[in-house]
Ligand binder design. Sequence first.
Ligand code: BGC
Length: 767
Amino acid sequence: MKIKSKLIIYIIVTIMFMACTDNHNENTITHSNVNLINEKVDSLIKIMTLKEKIGQMNQYNGFWDVTGPVPNGGDAQKKYEHLKNGLVGSMLTVRGTKAVRAVQKIVVEESRLGIPLIIGFDVIHGYKTLSPIPLAEAASWDLEAIKKSAQVAAAEASASGINWTFAPMVDISRDARWGRVMEGSGEDPFLGSKIAAARVKGFQGDDLSAVNTIAACAKHFAAYGFSEAGKEYNTVDIGSSTLHNIALPPFKAAVDANVKTLMNAFNEYDGVPATGNKYLLRDILKDKWNFKGFVISDWASIKELVVWGYAKDNKDAAKMAALAGSDMDMESHIYISELEQLVKDGVISETIIDDAVSRILTVKFELGLFDDPYRYCDETREKEIVNNPKHLDAVLDMAKKSIVLLKNENQLLPLKKEGQNIALIGALANEKNSPLGSWRIASKDNTAVSVLEGMQNYKNNNLVYKKGANVFIGDVQFVNEIEINTTDKSEFKDAITVAKKADVVVMVLGEHGFQSGEARSRTNIDLPGVQQELLEAVYKVNKNIVLVLNNGRPLSINWADKHIPAILETWQLGTQAGNAVAQVLYGDYNPSGKLPMTFPRNVGQIPIYYNHKNTGRPVKDEGNPNLVFWSHYSDVENTPLYPFGYGLSYTTFEYDNLILNKKVFDIDEDVHISVNITNAGKVAGKEVAQLYIRDLVASITRPVKELKGFELIELQAGETKTVHFILNKDRLGFYNNQGEFIIEPGDFDVFVGGRSDKTLNTHFELK
Ligand code: BGC
């Protein structure tokens, strides 16, 4: 019986496959092989039972040592039985060629139709060899480097049996309290869209069936980054204008880049949880954007529809999610238990199921899983590719590009390479785990190069390290078990002693890598524990301090900004962290990163972001300086500590000659902008030239500034380059409250500069 059924599927698939072999060799997905895949999917669906179809919509988490004995009893046995019976379409978190081969073997050899599993995993910023956290990568504004970083991640993950990553996270966020800002690209929809597309292209490549590419997943659809008060899993309450103009564009960019899957968000939008939100999933994503891939729920988010009070029980939840357009159930286990009866009762039409299944099967065909279910399970390739030393160069390059120089008074940086007494202080300076950041499940603990190790490569200085204080106590893997040391200052004195004798003190302070990420929201974004006190204590004896920040979110570092002469933002930079930091400290790499997210002066300013609205009362009444009735706080100024787009270099750049090709344009015409940028310093450097606009009057109020272009250029000392930008219709319009993209005539301001708050300005009119 089993052999007979395998033959059926084998015949269908082989006949179809033979017909498309030529196309496969071309390394691109052509229209004819898209049609062919559609035909294969249709033929397969015709021979599937309803139960088998629903099985494809079911995803389970890895559950037992899959290469060990068959589980006996409990949840694991249930999952095993379901695999055998063709009732599982995907597994997540199973990894390594041996384990993946083992689960794949169960479905391929034991289930009736032998439909291969798609194997998902959170490959967020690398697999074993780690790149910087995504927020850090965004600070590079270097789309090629970001794409390359995703390619490296895809190469290692695919060599390890994985063919689908739950990345990129493209959630825009304006709230540094939210722990997951480390996983995204910051606050801006334009930058976020460009990075979303770059990451999708990096993971998926030009040919999804190639063994070194994997399907991507843009998440979390939608507006998860707007969790109220930055509290994880909280409700979201944003209006239509913010949804369409801020939250959705990076998802649209990912869809336009052909992303194969999207993931639901845990939040609600307008009172409807995203997982059951037909407006988001069907009306916008699948109908308006014509998205052909499939949507996976977030972990258990289907059954959480009940907890939200949106569905009355599991059956109701399964119905809501399936009707809304969630195609695959991650770990709720309720599509598999409820959908069949719902179809039989006529509550859900089988066409809904067929649509979901055909989307899922299409991606499996595109991945080449039907040609060879074990194509990602080549042990030789795994040995060669995972942790390949070549990847170290790629992630080092990405890490250096992600560093942002926030302050550099009296050119304290770069450090002199010889004859210096350098005191290195801070528990994080000697950390090999924290720099790996959050979301690195497959990597090995303690495999990052620490800052101490990185600096030790520069041997002609006298480097002395002292921890100064233990900052974190306990098992930092689980944030609730981290105890922050707020009292023990017994080791301060050792740090002070070495600081006194040093020419320069380098202090590595900030958050541990596990203090950001999922479920790591914080209400206090100061330096954790006794670190602020340590900084002040050292400052008392030596003011020549370089503060090296480690963090997964903007921190509030007012005191440091006021007193410390040099500050380097180094986030969590992955496997090569310490080498990247050392090379920047010593000037072997000139930093060029720019902040993708505003740094507030204090937590009370949050949400604070550059592209805010003007309001009706933006400034103090000049004529009446005593007037208090304007938009401000009475205890802190309105500006942030460091604005979006800000970052220094070891050289300086001067902007001049901002020119438009005309002053008045027809609504269909492109606006051509040019500006001259000169490297006015003594060393070569890179600069991110940023173009912003303001639409002065519109039917929906527009932000005071919106990023609409950027260009990363490299200039030798003394060199001048002219940078050109084009503003076309896509960049001058906006979404109205019905979600329609419109462009309106009127006056526009144009701003160009190296940061969002200091720019050259000009103006044009659109007729
Ligand atoms: C996260 C997702 C992730 C999933 C699987 C969830 O808790 O929100 O982003 O992909 O778990 O690990």
